[in-house]
Design a protein around this ligand. Structure first.
Ligand code: MRU
Length: 356
């Protein structure tokens, strides 16, 4: 059965509540842009492409909610909507990318009148949804070539259908390898503190009967030392111009371990995750989340009361630990700085735009 992470239906955004998985398949209905902002902040919807897509429908809801009758006051209202959505989570560039894309359509369509603007914005959000699925399928087709038959793969967090409009990035590559008839086995990092691996990746893989085993985050090194992992594939929240990657906290440790054991470490992400305005990883803003996520587990306190906790949601993997970046436009090899630019500019040229 297809996973419906996010659906636009009768002018409402229906989200599969990822905080409740895998025990409950519940849905949250967003009728305002504020609902969407809350859903992103509380991680009802999560994963870089999925929050970008949710934010674009948030822009559409904001446009329909606007009371303005003239273009100037409409733009002012939409500025507030855009800011609210863009400020929900700072690391994934897909969020800002999607909001800006909707703003561009809004400005372009303004001479046609506000009703036409709102309709065009809705069409654009639906286009982003379609493009994301297509991009993931392309990524899968290209990336599965890197997965040898009979391999065991480590993944961290959830970069699957739940984190995107469908099919997934890192899990898209794994799905495509499986569809190509390869015998694979996936080791799933549980991914503390919020357990996206144990709850979400495990849910996706078991539903599709892709052979998999759950491990705690501190087990990967031992498995690698025993030769039990042949490659690692993860997603990304933002990729800097030099190839440094921001992804779920713990990704850096996996990449470092892969480097030490000479195991290929791959990143799969759409080109919308590449931020050419950010030169290197240390300039990517890292979201800090609440302490309770660390000192509790599924609502139960782990640490003594008053214990301080550190909770950065993401870390930076330096490009030197990455074997290749799989995008929908092609597999980017080293040197990343040059090859990222190449792929990005050839994409921009075909769109008739120029990049930074
Ligand atoms: O905090 P999350 O669950 O939104 O973090 C998600 C990740 O880190 C994913 O690996 C990343 O967004 C890529 S999703 C295709």
């Amino acid at each position: 059965m297809k996973i419906k992470t996010l659906e636009w239906k009768k002018n409402q955004l229906i989200l599969l509540d990822q905080t409740k998985l895998p025990l409950q398949e519940a849905y949250v209905t967003c009728t305002t842009y504020q609902d969407v902002a809350t859903a992103i902040r509380t991680m009802v919807v999560r994963g870089a492409p999925a929050i970008g897509l949710a934010a674009s429908f948030g822009m559409v809801l904001g446009a329909w909610q606007a009371r303005a009758r003239d273009s100037q006051s409409f733009c002012r209202e939409m500025e507030k909507v855009a800011r609210t959505l863009a400020d929900t989570r700072p690391t994934a560039v897909n969020l800002i990318w999607a909001v800006e894309r909707l703003q561009r359509v809004m400005n372009e369509q303004m001479p046609q009148g506000l009703t036409k603007v709102k309709q065009a914005m809705q069409r654009e959000a639906l286009r982003i949804q379609k493009e994301d699925i297509q991009a993931n399928q392309n990524m899968g087709k290209l990336g599965q070539i890197l997965v040898p038959d009979g391999s065991t793969i480590l993944t961290h967090c959830n970069a699957g259908a739940l984190a995107t409009a469908g099919y997934g990035t890192a899990l898209g590559v794994i799905r495509a390898a499986r569809e190509a008839g390869k015998r694979i086995h996936v080791f799933v990092d549980e991914t503390r503190p919020l357990l996206q691996g144990a709850r979400l990746t495990a849910w996706e893989l078991t539903r599709e009967r892709i052979p998999c085993t759950l491990i705690t985050d501190n087990m990967a090194g031992a498995l690698m030392a025993q030769g039990k992992i042949h490659l690692a594939i993860v997603g990304a929240d933002r990729i800097a111009a030099n190839g440094d990657v921001a992804n779920k906290i713990g990704t850096y440790s996996v990449a470092f371990l892969c480097h030490g054991h000479q195991i290929p470490f791959y990143v799969a992400a759409p080109t919308s995750t590449i931020d050419l305005f950010v030169k290197q990883g240390d300039a990517i803003p890292i979201e800090q989340r609440a302490e309770w996520e660390v000192n509790t587990l599924q609502g139960r306190r782990l640490a003594p009361r008053g214990m301080k906790a550190f909770n950065p949601a993401f870390d930076i993997t330096p490009h030197r630990f990455i074997r290749a970046i799989i995008t929908e436009k092609g597999i980017i090899q080293r040197p990343f700085q040059r090859n990222i630019k190449k792929i990005f500019f050839s994409q921009k040229e075909t769109e008739g735009k120029s990049g930074p």
